[in-house]
Design a protein around this ligand. Sequence first.
Ligand SMILES: *Cc1c(COP(=O)(O)O)cnc(C)c1O
Length: 379
Amino acid sequence: MAENKRIFLSSPNMSSQGYEMEYIKLAFDTNWIAPLGQNVDGFENEMCVYTGAKQAAALSAGTAAIHLGLKAAGVKEGDRVFCQTLTFSATANPIIYLGAEPVFIDSDEKTWNMSPVALRRAFEKYPDTKYVVVVHLYGLAADIDEIKNICDEYGAVIIEDAAESLGTTYKGKMTGTFGDYGIYSFNGNKIITTSGGGMLVCNLDDETARERIQKVRFWSTQSRDPARHYQHSEIGYNYRMSNIVAGIGRGQLKVLDERVAQKRAIFARYKEAFADIADIHMMPINDFCEPNCWLTCFTLAGEKVCPNEIMDALGAENIESRPIWKPMHLQPFFEKYDYIDNGSVAEKLFTSGVCLPSDTNMTEEQQVKVISIVRSFFN
Ligand SMILES: *Cc1c(COP(=O)(O)O)cnc(C)c1O
């Protein structure tokens, strides 16, 4: 029985010390069972301390954070937004919520994230574009300096989707703190989780950051003007994080460094185990990046073995695996929007890639089993 226990890609892993429960108890003891309270404020402050962001707003999801981040940046109906094509749909959906138009940007083989070459081409085609959404997939940093230089040239603002990269640094600085806005997710599969939740951070100067994040908190609690009755001069959203959920986040934050170390060890074991297999190309780790290794992924070269065979074999042993994200410009909903190509890198990553179980609850023994199933295709 025990040996057939499901092995997950990435499942929730609460602290062995019970930190999360202490903060939940604090919420119960003070009866702040609401979308505000000590844990919400505490979680925001502690995320700022951890990441180095100026200001943070705790929200109900990473998607909500992208939505309000784009809105705070000024995205409105009819605007064009450049968006990395290789990502989860949650990166692109809020562009549509705001009535704006995404233009999808291909990836760079070197980072798997937004290609600076394709981005420049996009600006040459649409020079008046003011917003760029960059993603740090699987905890790998995009080449932010290159992207930022191009955006600065065109006066465009960066919104960083760091949903998968909490704890990843680029040139020693936390991802999510380079753009005017950055977002993190605490969905159940992320490196730390609150069951569901997100955080929007602002990295502008102190005063602007305080003002913008205050506005985001206002929007996220239904845009209630100061009045005795319910008065609304702006559209509102019910996006604030609950004080219970924030308590889980505060506890999880205490073990984030430990989770990053565990994820890196998982990656290192896979890398070593597949080092002699020429057809397996591990995800790229650049000198400028210290990744959180949220998921370990590889691509397959050659024709001998295809990703589906490996995923089927793992599935038969109750082991979860997954393809790389299917690019947005290939999704039925999004295919009507423009796409700037750079040699179909995103599409090739999708068709040749596999995400391996990278669960911090996985034992070394279980990982050995995953490794031996993968290796069996190359003997
Ligand atoms: C998980 C994820 C999101 C969305 O976060 P939620 O908290 O699930 O709304 C956004 N972008 C990327 C790249 C993600 O992986």
